[in-house]
Design a protein around this ligand. Structure first.
Ligand SMILES: [Zn+2]
Length: 80
C-alpha cells in the first residue's frame, strides 16, 4: 500500500505531469479517496503550480519544501 510520504515525495510531481503508468495512477487515486490530507495537499500544490506557471516561473524549491513540511506536520498531528 502506498504511504502518504511516498505519495508526496515520490509521486506527486509525476502524477501532475501525467508521467505515471495507469496502474500507479489508480493506486494514487485510491489513496487520495481515503486520505483527505493528501487530497488537500494535492489541491494546494496544483493551485500553487498554476499561479507560479502564470508568472512563467518555476515553483521555488523553498515553496515546495514549505508545503511538504506543512503536510507532514498535519499528518503527524493526526497520528497522536
Ligand atoms: Zn495520504
Amino acid at each position: 500500500m502506498l504511504t502518504c510520504k511516498e505519495f508526496i515525495e515520490d509521486f506527486l510531481a509525476d502524477y501532475l505531469d501525467a508521467g505515471l503508468s495507469p496502474e500507479v495512477v489508480a493506486d494514487l487515486e485510491r489513496h487520495l479517496a481515503n486520505c483527505p490530507p493528501c487530497l488537500t495537499y494535492l489541491n494546494t500544490y496544483k493551485r500553487t503550480r498554476e499561479l507560479v506557471s502564470r508568472t512563467a516561473a518555476e515553483m521555488p524549491p523553498e515553496m515546495k519544501a514549505i508545503l511538504r513540511k506543512f503536510l507532514l506536520e498535519q499528518l503527524a498531528k493526526d497520528k497522536t
